[in-house]
Design a binder for this molecule. Sequence first.
Ligand SMILES: C[S@@+](CC[C@H](N)C(=O)[O-])C[C@H]1O[C@@H](n2cnc3c(N)ncnc32)[C@H](O)[C@@H]1O
Length: 276
Amino acid sequence: MEPFVKWAGGKRQLLTKIWERTPNKFDTYYEPFIGGGAVLFHLRPEKAVINDTNEQLINVYRQLKADPREVIRQVYKLDRGPCDKDYYLLRREEYNKKIANKELDAECAAYMIWINKHCFNGLYRVNNKGLFNVPYNNKQTGKSIDEANLMNIGYYLQDADVQIYCKDFEDVCNEIKENDFVYFDSPYIPVSETASFTDYTKDGFTYDDHVRLSELYKSLASKGVKCMLSNHDVDLVYELYNDKSFKIDQMDVKRNINSNAKKRRGKEVIITNYEI
Ligand SMILES: C[S@@+](CC[C@H](N)C(=O)[O-])C[C@H]1O[C@@H](n2cnc3c(N)ncnc32)[C@H](O)[C@@H]1O
């Protein structure tokens, strides 16, 4: 299984490092910022709780769990037309109507997947009304989906015990118990804008949210929960996770979703609170 969308902060490159640091034994796996799901699909836990505040993204997980065939059928319907700019903009308009009407069904999931493949850089960006506004990527060809992959994801979500939520990360962590394993991959702290970070809301994830997340991490760690967290290698991370029992490992990562080529390489950290 692989992510069904290109997603900012996708974890494909860090997978081996995450895998190496994954505890050998745990009860339930929690991923409160699931995004494209690269880590979940790699680890394939038997019991998991996944969450994200992006309603459209979570709808795709729910629809794939309910009926992957129907999602695939709906994507193929969208694939029937020639994917030029006009066709893309019309589909985007239809998708936005569904968002505005809160029609969270298999068709909406198909739009989400299809548009992610045909929009610029696989970005997900909405205006202040919550409507999707990313332009066309100017590529007429290319498959919109890997059918077998979507079927495998659907079967996995059905067969394993996977609960799917759309809430704030803190609300989904209330039930985490000792010996559960949680991986936090929140929107990252910006590398250069630290000075103005208190106003930083591009991803809707502020300085206060990062403080809240670090407090949650510490409180879970003190209960014996196995916690892993990734972020940029910036000073604030060392301030927030300043605890002798936490291990902070640095690593180099190539970033794809960034139009400025100079900013494509950066250091990241993985923080853990346990020995493997
Ligand atoms: C960096 S992405 C996760 C990347 C993902 N692990 C992957 O491999 O693709 C962060 C995610 O956090 C979600 N998010 C932002 N604020 C949130 C919040 N307060 N609670 C839960 N999820 C949130 C975003 O919608 C986004 O999908």
